[in-house]
Design a protein around this ligand. Structure first.
Ligand code: ASP
Ligand code: MG
Length: 407
């Protein structure tokens, strides 16, 4: 098995001792274990702040060299704690573990793992303790993006053909929604890869989206659980089971700090859409929800959302394109949020979106934009109404005994 421990799970000497105890127990139970660790506590944030204290725009290669040090500290300490318990253990940095990534800094993808060194360690009865979040590309250290240790763990589990990848964190699993917002939120026993992917992409922080993507691709069963208790966690596998199967909606995810930009009267003949979104992409502005409505044969209105932090950049870009695009008006709005319901059961149950709109309408919550996939419906709403809408939707979709589409 692969056991991954997040930042709070290795946040202090006591926590590292507890991790070593848990690894020791798995070994006593007869498991072969490879460990992946995050940096201790807020180390990565602190390292980032150090870089920002030197320069507002740190060089990407050097930033990765800096941020990757956090995980080396925890890997070495966990290895020591295991050795003190009489367990052979050895730390591995990204390159020592053979984790090769694409040559990109800040959010590299894992390309390949040359696992010989890890396999040799395991064969010799040694527990490899691997730094999460980092790899190597052409002689430079790369990192996988914030939260990327999850992805390291899944990639290692895939290449070692582990039976399970356990993700240890400070919450006891994946919840129907954030328990800080809805007190009645409950832990899910099972969630499917597809649902988890939607939830992770839609703002649930518990797993790195790329980790879920890789777990699905390689069929790695994941379990998310707490390193602070013995509670059963949440399984993430191909299909959901039990309670989750009976409910049309599995979980509610949300995201704050959303901005909307609307271009009124974009000239169709100038290929407006391609120009707008092509230019935004070239400037690394991530666009989320897009709505286009046809005004007449010559004109369309286009509105889209971006994260608040990208709003100024996006506005500057569309203003610069004004003559090219030939739009007549530009409207922008901040202070928005996105609330999403997710569930594989939606595929076979019509009326789910209608019920969501009804719940929001009954509570006088205005819906500004909508986007859907087979297994999710997202609404853009005012941020001030977010907590209330999450609670109401949770009550409507997840607090009744039996799944029902009619309200
Ligand atoms: N330490 C990195 C971060 O804080 C990676 C991780 O913890 O997954 O983002
Ligand atoms: Mg994490």
């Amino acid at each position: 098995m692969v056991q991954k421990y997040g930042g709070t799970s290795v946040g202090s000497v006591e926590r590292i001792e507890a991790v070593a105890d848990r690894v020791a127990r798995a070994r006593r139970e007869g498991h072969e274990v490879a460990v992946v660790v995050s940096a201790m506590g807020h180390t990565t944030d602190e390292l980032l702040a150090l870089a920002k204290a030197i320069t507002a725009e740190p060089d990407a290669r050097e930033l990765d060299a800096l941020l990757s040090t956090g995980e080396q500290v925890s890997a070495a300490l966990v290895a020591m704690a295991l050795q003190r318990r009489g367990i052979a253990a050895q730390s591995f940095t990204g390159w020592q573990a053979g984790i090769e990534t694409e040559p990109v800094h800040g959010a590299a993808r894992v390309m390949e793992i040359h696992a010989e060194a890890l396999e040799q360690a395991l064969q010799a009865g040694t527990v490899p303790v691997i730094t999460g979040f980092q790899g190597i590309a052409g002689g430079s250290i790369t990192t996988l993006g914030r939260g990327g240790s999850d992805t390291t763990a899944v990639a290692v589990a895939a290449v070692l053909k582990a039976d399970v990848c356990e993700i240890y964190t400070d919450v006891s699993g994946v919840f129907t929604t954030d328990p800080r917002v809805v007190k009645t939120a409950r832990k899910l026993e099972h969630v499917s890869y597809d649902e988890m992917l939607e939830l992770a992409n839609l703002g649930a922080q518990v797993l790195h989206p790329r980790a879920v993507e890789n777990a699905k691709q390689f069929g790695v069963p994941l379990v998310v659980r707490s390193s602070f208790s013995e509670e059963e966690g949440t399984w993430v596998t191909e299909t959901a089971q039990g309670f989750e199967q009976r409910h049309v909606v599995t979980g509610i995810a949300f995201e704050r700090e959303v901005s909307r930009i609307a271009l009124i009267g974009v000239a169709v003949r100038r290929h407006g859409l391609a120009a707008v979104f092509g230019t935004l992409a070239k400037n690394s502005v991530n666009v989320d929800v897009i709505v286009q409505s046809v005004v007449d044969e010559a004109e369309v209105d286009v509105s889209f959302t971006v994260k608040d932090v990208d709003a100024d950049k996006a506005l500057r870009i569309v203003r610069e394109l004004r003559t090219d695009l030939g739009y007549t008006d530009l409207v922008s709005e901040t202070g928005l949020a996105k609330v999403s319901i997710v569930g594989a059961g939606m595929i076979s149950n019509p009326g789910v979106a209608a019920k969501m709109f009804q719940v929001l309408a009954d509570n006088d919550i205005p819906v500004k934009m909508v986007s859907t996939s087979e297994i999710k419906v997202s609404c853009i709403i005012p941020a001030s109404e977010l907590d209330r809408s999450v609670s109401e939707l949770h009550a409507a979709f997840l607090e009744s005994a039996v799944a029902s589409v009619e309200s």
